[in-house]
Structure formats: C-alpha cells, structure tokens
Design a protein around this ligand. Structure first.
Ligand SMILES: Cc1cc2nc3c(=O)[nH]c(=O)nc-3n(C[C@H](O)[C@H](O)[C@H](O)COP(=O)(O)O)c2cc1C
Length: 209
C-alpha cells in the first residue's frame, strides 16, 4: 500500500566508500531526468573517497554540480542529502514511502551489513526498510576479486529480494569516455529501479526508434 504524499516517484540513492562514485553521480543525473524526488545518503567512507575520484569535490552536491550541465543546478538543489548517522531522515522508516533504492557503488562492508540486517547507519536501515516493505532494492557492488564471504552475502541479498547489479560495464555501446562507461551502469541501475533511461536504446531496436 503506497502512502504517497508526492506526485513524483521517489528514489533513495546511497553512496558508499567503494570505488566508482561516478556511477552514483550518473545515476542521480538519470533520476533527475525522470523528475524523481531524490533522497541521497553518503557514508562517511564515501565522503573520504569522494575528493580522490571527483577532482576534489567536498560532497556529493559539489560533485554533481561539476558533473552535470548548468541546467541541472535547480534539480540538484532539490535533492535531499543525508549523513549516514541521520536516523531522523524519512527513509529510516517504513512509514515513508519510496519507490526504489539503489546502493551505488556498494562496498563489501555495506553489502555484508545489509545481508545481515546490521542497521547501524541510515544506508543499511533504508535498505532494510526496502527489503521488509518489499520495495525495489538495487545493489551495485564494486570489488574484485570476490571472496566467498562476498559471494555468500550477495546470495543472501538476492534471496531476500534485492537486485544484484555488479558494476560491470559493457562495451558494445562503444563508449568514448569514462562518463559513457559509467552511464551504462547508471542506465541499467535506473531500469532495475523502474525508471526510464535514454542513454541507450534497447538491443534490436536501435534503428527502429
Ligand atoms: C581508495 C579506496 C578505494 C576503495 N575501494 C573499495 C571498493 O571498490 N570496494 C570495497 O568494497 N571497498 C573499497 N574500499 C574500502 C571501503 O572504503 C571500506 O571498507 C569502508 O569501511 C566502507 O565503508 P562504507 O561501506 O560504510 O562506506 C576502498 C577504500 C579506499 C580508501
């Protein structure tokens, strides 16, 4: 049962301290293109890694301003940003409806905590809410190689209803830039969350659209 006070679809995007923050930035751009109401949570580790991967941006807000064209500025202003310690944030409760959540990129630490319901921060709590309320949860793990513990945690999450969408870009779209490579994962994550994407056309329909 949806208890929706918003006309827009709601998306929760959690960013953790795995490499690949660009995947989150590109997904946020796709969600802004969908006019989604966006709730973005960054872990403390994500904030530490962010400057290394985004040319010095201090936070996701600053990184998005750099990553997106100027016309996105107003939409970026409308994103609600939360720290991992903020359990007063709406996604901490099942009484707050959201359509889908992505954890992107997802560290093996956060993946293990979600798989075992160790809800000691807002990211894991919101993911737990998504699972218990039978909502869409998309987890985008980034690690290589994988330990057996990682694989077992992914298996548990898949059994619990999450979609495991590894950060494995494809190359048949002939990417020309790092942003193009990241866009493939962003588009697949948006699709798995139930949002539209216009980054690539469906296979077999490239000429027909
Ligand atoms: C530069 C750097 C890159 C990292 N990349 C990864 C990664 O790709 N995957 C991963 O699982 N952990 C990675 N880590 C380790 C995580 O940041 C660490 O486990 C952290 O505690 C995760 O916390 P969080 O899940 O709360 O964000 C990386 C750490 C650093 C410093």
């Amino acid at each position: 049962m949806q208890n929706h006070t918003s006309e827009k679809k709601r998306a929760v995007v959690a960013v953790t301290g795995a490499s690949g923050i660009i995947y989150a930035l590109r997904l946020l751009k796709v969600l802004m293109d969908n006019n989604a109401e966006i709730f973005c949570i960054a872990t403390n580790s994500a904030k530490e890694i962010l400057p290394c991967e985004t040319g010095g941006a201090k936070d996701i807000y600053g990184a998005l301003l750099r990553e997106c064209p100027k016309e996105y500025a107003e939409k970026i202003e409308n994103i609600s940003f939360f720290d991992e310690s903020d359990f007063s944030a709406p996604p901490a409760s099942g009484s707050f409806f959201f359509d889908a959540m992505a954890v992107i990129p997802c560290s093996m630490k956060t993946l293990g905590k979600i798989a075992n319901s160790i809800a000691d921060n807002l990211v894991v709590r919101a993911a737990e809410v998504a699972l218990k309320e039978r909502r869409t949860l998309v987890v985008v793990p980034r690690e290589t190689p994988l330990a057996l513990t990682h694989l077992r945690n992914m298996c548990s999450l898949s059994e619990a209803g999450a979609s495991i969408l590894p950060a494995c870009p494809a190359f048949y779209q002939k990417p020309k830039s790092v942003a193009d490579i990241a866009d493939f994962i962003a588009a697949r994550a948006a699709m798995a969350m139930g949002f539209k994407q216009n980054i690539f056309k469906e296979w077999g329909y490239e000429e027909k659209l």
